[in-house]
Design a protein around this ligand. Structure first.
Ligand code: HAM
Length: 421
């Protein structure tokens, strides 16, 4: 019996890889132009990083983490997201002592035990940016601008941005009271999770997807109406700058995001092509997280998006690199001398930077020719006894069918093939 893959995980086969490469290359290119530097951090972290960072009352921490004890009994977790890890690395390496303002980006797999469906996996991939070290609204807007620039460069439409502010910690405490007051009379009609959320963190009720809770959620007061002066001013400035840059958004007074570290600006980019899982990327400010994870009080803002979801949208729009670029040369060989010559020549030509392949299966010439066609080889050269003895052969340009006699040396062949490009 064969062993299948773990539910909610997936293989990215060579046929699909073109789209992934396009997304990753475009994201890296844009991050680089906005002057974000790459950071890579472990897949494994201490569980406490996420319980403290993301929040005990969140769905991610309560239901979705892959947590286990290692052989020494330490509780470890497969990272469910990147922000907490980036902040951990920032604090652990004392990056603030070198340069407190750091603009970082990352790409990599994340793990959440969720019910798999289209656009939702248990192992998924994120691309993300984190800008740590400034409270300035220009930074919120730069991060949002970067997200839009990525979508524009990928040529994707049918997207819209939802924006809100949930204020500082004090605002949120006040907003909790406002929400409790709103939901108190209706708790009997709401789901069990929401009754628990009412006690633990009423903000989380706004994320509930249960049908029975929707009427109460739809009429809930918005967080942006309960901001202190400084946070209201900050939010107004974010909106003014977005307008000035011509970046579109719609205000969503009940957008709160699913992770507890957020403060002030929160946003989500949504796509009409994603169905139920319509959130293409999400982010916001987390001004208290660096301090909560043991660092100094340093504000930050960022976002992350799911690569699978972006690949789905890119597919909808017919975007992606061609999966196979074709090879420069296929060497079809006849007999032992032809094969020896082929192996030697392939090694030399590859070291000259050409992509070259042979059949490796000792098959008839016709089969080797078919393979050259399937590989979209730009050139074909047959090597047999004659070619091995004379040192000359006929190279065929597959596009035109034209055959030319050439010297069989890596220098002559490289020049001939490069001239054809
Ligand atoms: P998040 O909203 O939990 O935020 O996830 C960000 C994005 O990751 C989502 O919009 C979605 O595209 C993708 N995603 C999440 N869960 C899954 C899943 N199970 N399957 C496929 N895709 C998924 C964060 O993770 C924050 N760290 C974002 C952030 C960065 N905020 C500030 N900086």
């Amino acid at each position: 019996m064969s062993v299948g893959r773990v539910r909610g995980t997936h293989d990215i086969l060579p046929e699909e890889i073109g789209r992934w490469r396009l997304i990753e290359r475009t994201f890296r290119g844009i991050a680089c132009r906005y002057n974000y530097r790459e950071i890579r951090f472990p897949v494994l972290e201490h569980t406490e990083l996420f319980t403290r960072g993301i929040g005990e009352a969140t769905e991610v921490v309560q239901k979705e983490m892959y947590t286990f004890n290692d052989r020494k009994g330490r509780s470890l977790t497969l990272r469910p997201e990147g922000t907490a890890s980036v902040v951990r690395a920032y604090v652990e390496h004392g990056l603030q002592t070198v340069e407190p303002f750091q603009k970082l980006y990352y790409l990599g797999p994340m793990f959440r035990y969720e019910k798999p469906q289209k656009g939702r996996q248990r192992q998924f991939h994120q691309y993300g940016v984190e800008a740590i070290g400034s409270l300035d609204p220009t930074l919120d807007v730069e991060v949002i601008d970067l997200a839009w620039a990525l979508m524009a460069e990928l040529g994707l439409g049918g997207l819209w941005l939802r924006l809100n502010s949930i204020g500082c910690a004090q605002d949120r405490a006040r907003y909790h009271d406002v929400l409790r007051e709103h939901f108190a009379g209706a708790l009997d009609s709401m789901c069990d999770d929401c009754r628990r959320r009412f006690e633990e963190n009423p903000l989380r009720i706004l994320d509930c997807k249960q049908e029975q809770c929707q009427p109460q959620i739809a009429s809930a007061p918005g967080s942006a109406d309960h901001l202190c002066d400084a946070c209201a001013e900050h939010f107004a400035e974010v909106r003014r700058l977005l307008d000035a840059l011509g970046l579109s958004y719609e205000l969503d007074p009940r957008l709160v995001r699913g992770l507890d570290y957020y403060t002030r600006t929160v946003f989500e980019l949504l796509s009409k092509d994603l169905g139920a899982q319509d959130s293409l990327l999400g982010g916001g400010r987390y001004d208290d997280l660096v301090e909560a994870l043991g660092g100094p009080s340093i504000p930050a803002v960022g976002f992350a998006g799911g690569t699978e979801r972006l690949a789905l949208v890119a597919e909808e729009h017919g975007r992606g690199d061609p999966a196979d670029h074709g090879i420069d040369l296929f060497l079809a060989t006849i007999g032992d001398d032809g094969l020896d010559l082929g192996m030697r020549l392939a090694k030399e030509l590859r070291s000259h930077g050409l992509s070259v392949d042979l059949d490796h299966r000792g098959r008839a010439l016709r089969k080797q020719m078919e393979r050259a066609n399937r590989l979209s080889a730009a050139h074909l050269l047959v090597l047999g006894d004659d070619e091995a003895t004379s040192g000359r052969g006929k190279i065929k340009r597959m596009e035109t069918g034209v055959e030319t006699e050439v010297e069989i040396s890596s220098a002559a062949l490289t020049t001939y093939i490069r001239d054809a490009e």
